[in-house]
Ligand binder design. Sequence first.
Ligand code: CTP
Length: 369
Amino acid sequence: MFNFNKEFETIFKIVAQNADKLGISAYFVGGMLRDQLMGIKIKDIDILIEGSAIDFVQNLASLSSSELNVDIKSVHDAFNTAKTVINGIEIDFASTREEDYPKSGCLPVVKNIGCPVECDLKRRDFTVNAIAARLLLDKNELKYELIDPFNGSEDIKPRTLRVLHEKSYIDDPTRILRGVDFKYRFNFNFGEADKFLIKEYLKSPDREGLSIDRVKLTLKKLFSNVNAKESYKYILENEIYKIWSDTPAFKADWAQRLYDSSKIFNTAKEDVFLKAIFECPDKAVNLQGVNSSNYEIYKLYKNFKNIDLASQYAVYNDCDAVFYYKKLKDIKPDITGDELIKQGFKQGKELGDELSRCLEIKLNSISRD
Ligand code: CTP
C-alpha cells in the first residue's frame, strides 16, 4: 500500500511489533497519511497511539539495541505527546484524543486522551484528514488496516474538501483557511455543501471567542507555501477575511509586490503577507515626489528593519525603499573618524558633524541606475 525506504520500514516494523506486544494500536493519520494516499512525498512522520504516546516511546527507548536507537527529545504531558529521533529520523508521537469547542473559533479543550481512534478522527477538519492506517506486522511484513469512517479516501482522487459535520467551520473557522491552503498546495476544492456552509458562516461570523493567534498561525503556514499570492487574492475575493474583520485593510493590487518584496528585502514571504494584512502602516512615510536627496532617503529608512522596508515597498509602491536597500544602506564615508582626528578634528559633535557631512557627500554621489 505504501512505499517506504528501508530505514523507515525498519522503524515502522518495530513500532508495529511493539504496539502488538503492548496490546495497543499505532496509526498513520492526518497529513502524513493524506500525502501518502495522494502519492506525495511525506514531510513529517506522525504516529498516533491509541493509548499513551509517552508510555509507548518510553517503552521503545528501553528496547534500544544495535538496530534501534530511540532518542526522546521532549514530551508534552498535558496532551501526552512526544518528539523523538529514531535511528536519526524525526518522528512525533501523539495520543488519540477528543476536542471540544466551548466557543466558536477558540482553542479546543482536549479531553479523553487515549480514546478509541474513531473518536479521535471525529475531531478532525476534512474527511481526507480523518483517515487512519493501523500498522500491523504479518510474518515480518508491514500491513495496514485503513480506518475511514467518513469515506475520506473517496474524496482524495477528486480532491474534494468536505468537513465532517455542519458545525465544523463554526467550531473552527481557521479550517476555511486550511482549505484555501489545500486548494493552492494540492488542487483541492471545497465541495458544494462546504461552499454553502462557508458562505453562511461568513455572513455572521462569531468573533467573540476567536483565537486571533490561531488565525495568524494558520495564515503564516498558508503564506509560507508556494502559492501565497493566489491564496491572498482568494481570501480577499471570497471575503474570507470576515473571519477576523468586517472590512479588509489590505488590497488585491499589493499581491505581486508583496511576493516580490520578500525576495528584494530578503525576508520570509509569510511575514510580509501577514504584516500587510494585520499591521499595514496607517500612512505613507515615503518621500517620493518630494524630490528628496539620497541622504534624506537614507536618514528616513536607516532604522527600518527589512520587514518594514518590504511592507513600505509593497503597500506604497515605494521605490525609494528599494533604492535605499540596494544602494544606500551600506554606504560609509570615504574617511574614518581616526583619520579625521589625525587631521585635527576634536572628538564629539565636531567629529560627528564632519562624518555626517562626508557621508552625505558620498550618498548624494550615488546614482539610481
Ligand atoms: N486539524 C484540524 N483542525 C485544525 C488543524 C488541524 O482538524 N484547525 C487536524 C487535521 O486532521 C490535520 C491534523 O490535525 O490533518 C494535523 O494538522 P497539521 O499538522 O496542522 O496539518 P496536516 O493536515 O498534517 O497537513 P500539513 O502539515 O501538510 O499542512
